[in-house]
Design a binder for this molecule. Structure first.
Ligand code: TXA
Ligand code: MG
Length: 319
């Protein structure tokens, strides 16, 4: 048996015994448990220190499993599922009575997605139940995109981090809900808005900082390093406001060529996809250096740049 399938067997066993396993996805690592185990779901909330009002995403491996989870699939949801699953999109649909209230925080809707990662897809195929999996980080902190990020957070709390390498997309799924069968974006994420519009046309975004309809990804402060972090248009100007400080900077593509600070360039070629995939790991790296401040550069507000800006705004103080 290959190492991977041994690891998957171990995960099957733990999950069947109502334990938690950290799982790789193409967006971020998730902290997974059996959706039908009250014990497992309770330990997801307690391990993450996540408030119970905050619903979880249900992960499945086949579109046909939706029938066992939801009561109604709007036409545009079908089109989106066809276009983007397996992939970085979560659909919020009317739940059926089998889905426990603990998963949905008492709402009549449930969030579902088919992740696009071979290890987790194989794991899901071998399990007779779907997995609830929020990002595998303590509530409010930076999401994990590498196994070691999860280990640093939860080494003593969970028995297995299923290794699937670095997450290819690097930011959370785009969440899409429906009102009167029309799609609405609840959380910007790893899909570019333009690609979604190509499937369903114009779409409303309810993702504003001040709104918090469906909590954590929408809370004003989230995804945050413990170091004081700023988001600015002009990094060089901001640096002048912090004399005699140990400074880390995160820039999109152009080096500041300043030897007095620690700099991470997210994509020298200016690729937004590459920048997104490195975003959280770079914040994790800077956050561990005991700097006085981290200064991050605002991204161009198109494509994945919009999603990156959304995460940076929530991770930082000034906008
Ligand atoms: O990429 C992802 O989505 C990752 C991976 C592990 O799949 N998961 C993730 O989960 O980001 P989490 O728990 O960190 O974020 C889930 C988001 C929250 O903002 C939650 O409020 C929203 O999904 N959500 C869950 N159920 C919902 C519902 N019924 N209605 C509206 N929003 C919901
Ligand atoms: Mg999260």
């Amino acid at each position: 048996m290959s190492i991977i399938s041994k690891d998957i067997q171990k995960a099957v066993k733990l999950l069947t015994n109502e334990q938690l396993v950290a799982i790789p996805t193409e967006t971020v690592y998730g902290l997974a448990g059996n959706i039908f185990s009250e014990k497992a779901i309770n330990s997801i909330f307690s391990t993450k220190k996540r408030p119970f009002f905050n619903p979880l995403i249900v992960h499945i491996s086949e579109v046909k499993e939706l029938e066992n989870i939801v009561t109604h699939i709007p036409q545009k949801a079908k089109l989106l599922a066809e276009a983007f699953w397996p992939g970085s999109m979560t659909l919020v649909l009317k739940k059926n009575e089998k889905i426990p209230d603990l998963i949905t925080a008492g709402k009549d809707t449930v969030a579902v997605r088919i992740p696009n990662h071979p290890v987790t897809l194989e794991l899901l195929r071998q399990l007779p139940f779907p997995l609830a999996a929020p990002s595998a980080n303590p509530f409010g902190s930076i999401s994990p995109t590498k196994p070691e990020h999860v280990e640093r957070y939860f080494k003593n709390d969970i028995q297995q981090v299923l290794d699937g390498g670095s997450c290819e997309n690097g930011i959370e799924s785009t969440i899409i809900g429906f009102e009167n069968d029309e799609p609405i974006i609840y959380r910007l994420g790893a899909l570019a808005l333009e690609d979604i519009k190509a499937i369903v046309g114009e779409i409303t975004i309810k993702n504003k900082k001040e709104q918090s309809p469906d909590a954590p990804g929408m809370l004003a402060r989230h995804y945050a390093p413990s170091t004081k972090t700023f988001l600015v248009d002009n990094v060089a100007e901001e640096i002048k406001k912090h004399p005699n400080k140990k400074i880390g900077v995160l820039v999109f593509k152009t080096s500041l060529k300043n030897k007095n600070l620690i700099e991470i360039i997210l994509s020298e070629k200016g690729f937004l996809q590459e920048a997104a995939s490195k975003l959280y790991d770079s914040l994790h790296q800077l956050d561990r250096l005991q700097l006085d401040v981290i200064i991050t550069e605002r991204f161009p507000n198109n494509g994945l740049g919009k999603s990156i800006n959304d995460r940076l705004q929530r991770a930082t103080f000034s906008a």
